[in-house]
Design a binder for this molecule. Structure first.
Ligand code: PAF
Length: 284
């Protein structure tokens, strides 16, 4: 496994990789969710590139960039085990040199949910992902369903800007109690960790209501909110039942619909989602 920090070096080594190339962009502090993406990439491509870059431009003034968890040595050991070919680990100055002044921005699908709660977040994500795609030039890039809106935004960018690669979205990986894996779970103290499973419980409730025939988006939203608000450490930021592609809120649910939520558990903001779809098995 080669580890490179410079764009020129990444480009040079890219030429030596066997085609097709699978790419997993990450911000490090890897967990099973990331590793499932690396394995997905490995299954479909003879070469796998992973990037580790904590992208400053996708953090807002109230998100604590400096506090974002990092453990490069552990990450590299895990990637080595997964037989990653190349790890691209640039510095912030390499990606955003002085006088950097070009941005990639997707409208519409970015304006709701995470986009509304975190202004500027998706502009940072699409800019860095577009840059990484230009540098790595992958055949396929892998993202998790856990960040459903990010996946929809990246698909839209790739389609609108005619980027020549395939976006592959792989299922959310969960802890045994249902909590979606996330680097942010490490911020939770034991009591908050117990409370955090409420996101999964709310999604399970949505899915039960849907399979019992409920098609009113507002009824599902309200029932989920009531369940979450019973937890003293949990504060709902949003609960959404939306069109899975445009993310426009639905009154009446036409399958498939994306149920998503952002909940603060203590000071930690967690997100999760599930796609409601008539023919799907009833466990998120
Ligand atoms: O999902 C993430 O970890 C980040 O948003 C990404 C896609 C690596 C861009 O910084």
């Amino acid at each position: 496994m080669r580890v490179v920090e410079k764009i020129d070096e990444m480009r040079r080594l890219r030429h030596t990789l066997s085609e097709p190339v699978g790419f997993v962009p990450t911000m490090g502090y890897l967990h099973e969710g990331h590793l499932s993406l690396v394995r997905g990439a490995r299954d479909e491509n003879p070469s796998v590139v992973v990037s580790i870059f904590v992208n400053p431009t996708q953090f807002g003034p109230h998100d604590d960039l400096a506090k974002y968890p990092r453990d490069i040595e552990r990450d590299l050991a895990l990637l080595q085990k997964e037989k990653t070919d190349l790890v691209f680990m640039p510095s912030a100055a390499e990606i955003y040199p002085p006088h950097f002044d070009s941005w990639v921005e997707v409208n519409g699908v970015t304006e709701r949910l995470e986009g509304a709660s975190r202004p500027g977040h998706f502009k940072g994500v699409t800019t860095v992902v577009a840059k990484l795609f230009n540098i790595v030039r992958p055949t396929r890039a892998y993202f998790g369903q856990k960040d459903a809106q990010q996946a929809a935004v990246i698909r839209k960018m790739v389609s609108d800007l005619n980027m020549d690669l395939k976006i592959v979205i792989l299922p959310t990986v969960r802890e045994p109690d249902g909590l979606a894996m996330s680097s942010r779970n490490t911020y939770l103290n034991p009591e908050e960790r117990r409370t955090a499973v409420v996101l999964h419980r709310a999604l399970t409730l949505a899915q039960q209501l849907f399979s019992q025939g409920e098609r009113d988006g507002e009824v599902i939203r309200q029932q989920m909110i009531s369940l979450i608000e019973k937890e003293p450490l949990a504060n709902t930021e949003y609960v959404s039942v939306a069109d899975a592609e445009t993310l426009a809120e639905l009154g009446r649910i036409n399958s498939p619909a994306l149920v998503s939520l952002a909940v603060k558990i203590g000071k930690t903001r967690l997100i999760d989602n599930y796609v409601l779809c008539k023919d799907k098995k009833p466990t998120p």
